[in-house]
Design a protein around this ligand. Sequence first.
Ligand code: AMO
Length: 428
Amino acid sequence: MRTYINNINNLEDGSIIEIDGWVQEIRKIKKLLFLIVRDNTGSVQVTVKDNMVKNYDSIYNISRESVIKVSGKLNKKSISKSGVEILANEIIILNTAETPLPMGVIDLVDVDFDTRLNNRFIDLRKPENLIIFKFESELLFGIREYMNKNNFIEVHTPKIVAAATEGGADLFPVQYFEKRAYLNQSPQLYKEILMSSGFDRVFEVGPAFRAEKENTVRHLNEFTSIDIEMSFSDDETVMRMLENAIAYSVNRADSILGKELKGLGYSIEEVRPPFPRIEYSELINYLNDNGFKLNFGDDFSPEAMKFVSKKYNGFYFITKWPKDLRPFYTMPDDTNRNVTRSFDLQLRDIEVCSGAQRIHDYNMLENSFNEKGLNKNNFEFYIKAFKYGMPPHAGWGLGLERLVMNLLNLSNVRESTLFPRDRSRLSP
Ligand code: AMO
């Protein structure tokens, strides 16, 4: 029976165990060999004596990152650094790694980010990288659990679509037999259609594609979007759902992985809702009072957000965005028609989520298409759902990689993406 390395501490001294993993480090003293073996839960010293294993010579010449199976006796009174070792009595070489390695796993010398991404299979072996994706997985598990508890139905909408969702320019075209199609920018139109279908509450975790040319530390051309849509609700209801879902899933993931994260240099702060809500115009005034020169209708620059994040350094909402800065489906505010019932959720200086109450009235939606200069004929499949009983509804889209990037204080969104797609990268 295989033992995972992080489980060794729970076993009794002298137990006979078997581990599988990669040879991370090799130290040789003539008739003695010390291997550090790593699996996805940790690493441990394996001590090999020449008279204890049959194939000592081939083990002696093993290369770093080769894959082995070790059987042996657990010694918890070892003089090794960790105080624990496995005294090997059988080692099977499952696969030999070529030398030299394209990059090291534990080398202290920094390789540049491109080399890391070009050799992502090996870069991800680093415990400090692997943990990012363990954390992401726990986070998603928590979000799913939260949504399930709140009666959301998980759905999967098409990714090959006929129309733009979030604005026309950033679309990847696809040849769909004789027709022109696109990769979907977000599940927006479909999650709204499902409100008309009476699903009441839906959520989706899936890929979203943006042909944005910006090559920044926050932009990907393919990202994972966590979306919800909720009937008979408004912007405030879904903001509450969002802050509670984030608090639940982050605190849960931290309670499971906190120790491991800390050991690898990451620390997660407890998330405590409610998050502050700041109106867009309030923020414009605040920035102008502090030397920025912004007009109503301007978007916030990265510099402006850096400044704001000195005041609000956790999660906070920016609400009531001007109409011109939001997509056609956004509900205008009842009291001030120039602003909308929309919000962004920021974590420090970076937007991690945006959402809104949506327009549910057919005529209002038609007007909104006209105002935005969009041809409603391209959206026939969508607006049809508004003619025959569409309930009021609201929702949001949360960028998974951006959320993880900010929670772990990573400097580049590519760090929280397994195989990032950006302006210059389509492989691996
Ligand atoms: P929006 O376009 O703001 O809204 O996207 C929602 C969230 O998705 C993430 N995101 C990105 N992450 C990485 N790279 C990108 N290029 C990128 N673009 C967006 C961000 C962002 O906050 N339909 C609406 C959501 C809604 O109203 O329900 C939408 O897609 O974290």
